[in-house]
Ligand binder design. Structure first.
Ligand code: GLU
Length: 276
């Protein structure tokens, strides 16, 4: 029987809530090897005490994971190497636009198509000449690195990926337009680091909430461009509260910590999640 390696990859931007518990238990249940990864590239929002709380909460749930835990902020050079690989293929360009400038450009153009993350980038900086780019870099204007989506798709050719719940998918990364792969404030992005890490950690089955279903189109493209392994996916439904809304880190009353403090046992949590 082949080994199925799954992972739970929370961002330490708050305490884990019932939705996270569902996701973590789901991943652990599906894998014969279970890995925990801390996705803390957003150093402005992540906190060390939330990392400790993640270990504590997951242990309380009875989960065990392989050590050492990969902490993304300690591996920035890996993401840089991947960016260098994409740059060498001439697939990235610096984008100096502020949010406001992007909005203004979209208004001038009379609108922009909508993607899963909002309106698509209108491509303004793609058309800068090399000397214009250099001039702005020399002036110290901060920039993000965007993927030239059309070129990347041409290079990769048609792609597919498989979701255990929804079946075979034709990859349509174009729905995101020229995505940011390295942000102005942090020299990587969710899409780049998650895709590379799933490869480096030999994840064979990526499980996560269906709010990230579309993101897998980009991840499949990055796997092709960077020559990475292609895992199988399983996007699970999102847990909702009694009000029909998704649990969020801001709902303090549903954090595992506060439920525990209020006397809820692990069995109560499992019952509440209604799964296993
Ligand atoms: N770090 C992401 C989050 O907390 C999840 C990443 C993933 O599972 O792909 O939302």
């Amino acid at each position: 029987m082949s080994i199925i390696t799954t992972r739970f990859a929370p961002s330490p931007t708050g305490y884990l809530h019932l939705g996270h518990a569902y996701s973590a238990l789901f991943a652990a249940e599906k894998g014969s090897r279970f890995i925990l990864r801390i996705e803390d590239i957003d150093q402005g929002r992540c906190r060390a005490d939330y990392i400790d709380a993640i270990y504590e909460d997951l242990s309380w749930l009875g989960l065990r994971w392989e050590k050492p835990v990969r902490i993304q902020s300690q591996h920035m050079s890996d993401y840089q190497q991947a960016l260098d690989q994409l740059s060498a293929q001439d697939l990235l360009y610096p984008c100096f636009c502020t949010r406001k400038e992007i909005q203004e450009e979209i208004q001038r153009a009379g609108g922009a198509p909508h993607g899963p993350d909002g309106q698509l980038y209108p491509g303004t900086c793609q058309h800068l000449s090399n000397s214009e780019r250099q001039e702005r870099i020399d002036q110290g204007i901060p920039f993000a690195l965007r993927l030239n989506m059309d070129k990347a798709i041409r290079q990769a050719g048609p792609l597919r990926w498989f979701d255990q719940d929804k079946g075979e998918q034709i990859a349509t990364p174009e729905i995101f337009g020229d995505v940011v792969l390295a942000r102005k404030d942090t020299p990587t992005s969710y899409h780049l680091s998650v895709t590379l890490d799933d490869h480096l950690q030999d994840i064979t089955l990526v499980t996560r909430g269906e709010d990230l279903f579309e993101a897998s189109h980009i991840h499949r493209l990055l796997q092709a461009l960077l020559d990475l392994n292609v895992p199988t996916y399983h996007h699970h439904g999102l847990l909702v509260g009694k009000d029909g809304k998704r649990y969020a880190k801001r709902d303090k009353s549903f954090t595992l910590r506060s439920l525990r403090e209020n006397g809820m046992s692990v069995d109560d949590v499992l019952k509440r999640l209604g799964i296993f």
